[in-house]
Ligand binder design. Structure first.
Ligand SMILES: NC(=O)c1ccc[n+]([C@@H]2O[C@H](COP(=O)([O-])OP(=O)(O)OC[C@H]3O[C@@H](n4cnc5c(N)ncnc54)[C@H](OP(=O)(O)O)[C@@H]3O)[C@@H](O)[C@H]2O)c1
Length: 215
């Protein structure tokens, strides 16, 4: 499976490296393929990863991971043009510079995104933990949960598999409107991570009675 990643900062680079190392083909859609940080990223990601023009990402990939600042989403979607049979994986959080959610209660950033792209399936995922946990979801033998939601069951399952393949406990929470709760959940994580008591090296885990908690 080929994964496109738009945004090769902390989130995009971390996830892309993990998927490339797990055997996926990863195309990073970047604005400047000659940038030093992009060259360094490709060197670390290995032979399964390369760069691609953002416009060509939909044609060459099936899942497209959106890991830009939330305000850039509309421009990125416009630049990609015609989405084909792609799944959009929305990792963004609609947070203003003052660390406040800019969408909520009766909608979410993910639902707004779905409104820009017609019938293309959108899955909200990888937004409720820090990029450090994306690099290593194992906490002393207990794996972090990766909560996701979306309206297309097949797309949800595909993204759950992508999460499991890099070591997450994937939790399909339900329809895309659950992003109204996953985005504030990210805000809770951020507030806790910024405080002195918890820090960034923390993650949420769903416990299920009657099942072993581990991998
Ligand atoms: N950091 C975390 O731990 C974390 C955790 C969960 C979710 N998130 C969310 O994930 C998203 C990315 O966060 P991040 O920390 O990875 O950000 P980041 O390190 O600042 O990286 C942002 C990336 O987006 C690219 N970008 C910005 N505008 C673009 C545009 N118009 N077209 C194409 N690419 C564009 C940047 O490209 P250039 O290099 O060309 O500038 C950069 O590669 C955010 O929405 C954030 O809320 C972050």
């Amino acid at each position: 499976m080929t994964i496109g990643i738009i945004g090769s900062g902390r989130v995009g680079a971390t996830l892309g490296k993990r998927w490339a190392q797990a055997g996926y083909t990863v195309l990073f859609g970047v604005r400047d393929p000659d940038a030093e940080k992009v060259r360094a990223l490709l060197a670390e990601a290995g032979s399964n990863a390369c760069t691609e023009h953002i416009e060509d990402i939909p044609r060459r990939t099936s899942a497209i991971v959106l890991a830009t600042p939330h305000p850039a989403l509309r421009a990125v979607i416009a630049q990609m043009g015609n989405l084909r049979s792609n799944i959009l994986v929305d990792c963004t959080n609609p947070i203003s510079p003052g660390l406040r959610l800019t969408v909520g209660h009766s909608s979410s950033g993910a639902e707004q995104l779905a409104g820009y792209v017609g019938g293309t399936p959108v899955v909200k995922a990888f937004n409720t933990m820090g990029f450090e946990t994306m690099a290593d979801p194992d906490f002393n033998g207990i794996t972090a949960s990766m909560f996701l939601c979306g309206d297309d069951d097949t797309a949800n399952r595909t993204v759950a598999n992508m999460a499991e393949d890099i070591g997450f406990d994937a939790v399909i929470t339900g329809p895309l409107k659950h992003a109204r709760y996953l985005e504030p959940m990210a805000m809770l994580w951020i507030e806790m991570a910024m405080g002195n008591e918890h820090g960034r090296d923390t993650a949420f885990r769903l416990l299920r009675r009657g099942q072993a908690t581990g991998r």
